[in-house]
Unconditional design. Sequence first.
Length: 333
Amino acid sequence: MLSPLSAPKPPKRMENNYDVIVVGELNVDLILNHISTFPQIGKEVLARDMQMTLGSSSAIFASNLSTLGAKVLFKGATGNDMFGDFVISELSERGVDTSAIVRNRQLKTGATVAINIEDDRAMVTHPGAMEHYSAEDVDVALLSRAKHLHISSVFLQPALKHNLLTLLSKAKSCNLTTSLDTQWDPAEKWELDLPNVLPLVDVFLPNEAEIKCLTHQPTVESALNQIGRYANTVVVKLGVHGSISYYKGTPNNIPPFLNNAVVDAIGAGDSFNAGFIYRYLSGAPINDCQRFGNVMGALSTTAPGGTGAFTSRAAIMKKAKDHFNYTENDVKR
Ligand SMILES: Nc1ncnc2c1ncn2[C@@H]1O[C@H](COP(=O)(O)OP(=O)(O)OP(=O)(O)O)[C@@H](O)[C@H]1O
Ligand SMILES: [Mg+2]
């Protein structure tokens, strides 16, 4: 249990082990940029720029967290195809341990086509192998080798969602801290057993629309009041309004490091999560984690895709200073 202003319990330390195990989905993103107008059925528009990048919330989180300096192991599934090779090579290049990723010969690696218009986008996803990954192979022996478990995109992964309580309970029995970002529910059913799930989640990381849908509440405030009865730390990402954290009735709103020249907003939330959890692992106070999350989210909007701005730790910190006047000891406590 964490208070917004006090340091969380320091994660346990073991040698030669992982800081974070990420359990989640893997896919490529084909990003279409510089489009004058949204395409209509039966018509065609031109995209003046195009990129194929590492997609998926979980992979962007893992990649950026690893680039920041954490030791990260990824658990998930791809097809045994070119997109799978691409995803694994991108993660490996950023230092993520991919040795435990399952290659499914029967299924395709997931892919998302993203159509960017200004700072928002429309997306179509073929889930492929991710839909069938249940995380049953994430056992106590593996969890015991890490300090923290992060789970993302449960609505895209029905088999994983089915096992969510078991997985979180296992992590807790191994004394890991945990975080969860549900991401959007494409079916818009929003069926998640929050009163049983959230007590097992140390940091819950939805965005504004997601927390309102998950709780069936009209405002972030009423949503926070509702889940605040049983949740630990909740951090809501508010896009250009920064983020709000909430613990036991105390909200803490932290303004963004505004970027007025957004390249695209893909992965801003995952980059926020990476920054937040990176600081959280070091035992930093929640408002420091939140501020670092905000700057990582802002940084993500300065380059294409979710990992474009995260080439090396030195480059990240230089860009944070140059673009947003943020230095690592720039912490308001
Ligand atoms: N235009 C922007 N300028 C500066 N910071 C931004 C901007 N957009 C987002 N951010 C930062 O990034 C964080 C996360 O962004 P956002 O709220 O869009 O998350 P999200 O909706 O979960 O994103 P995703 O689609 O990646 O899951 C915000 O809390 C904010 O701090
Ligand atoms: Mg998000």
